[in-house]
Design a protein around this ligand. Sequence first.
Ligand code: SF4
Ligand code: SF4
Length: 131
Amino acid sequence: MSEIILIRPHHGLCSQFFVGNGYSDEFVENMTNVLDKLNTQNLTVKIVEHCDDICSCCPKNMGGMCENEESVIQHDNKCLEEYGYKVGDEILWNDLREKVVSKIKAENKLPSVCQECSWGSICEKFDIEKL
Ligand code: SF4
Ligand code: SF4
């Protein structure tokens, strides 16, 4: 059986804008490795409502609970609403990417989905047409 990557809903979105920034060197290295695997192998991802395989090396991961849980859960819920997926769904990475493009890009929903995220100034500059 092939590997399944755990992913919080909003990380499907953040991953499309990742340019090597992050909370620590370890976080960046891990996120780079996870995205490399997902993008090259189109692995199955399982939608989770807790810390995922990107959070695993984050200094804000407090034993499986994000230090900013109240804020990130809002991003998660907004993304789930746009994707039409639910917690526990298992889908191919490329299908999740397609949802990001068709539901969030096509309808220009980045500002409303990402409200108050501290990385917003970086993601807003990204040329979404390249996705
Ligand atoms: S602004 Fe924040 S939540 Fe939105 S895509 Fe960027 S990192 Fe993710
Ligand atoms: S800030 Fe929270 S949601 Fe984001 S990667 Fe770190 S632990 Fe995960």
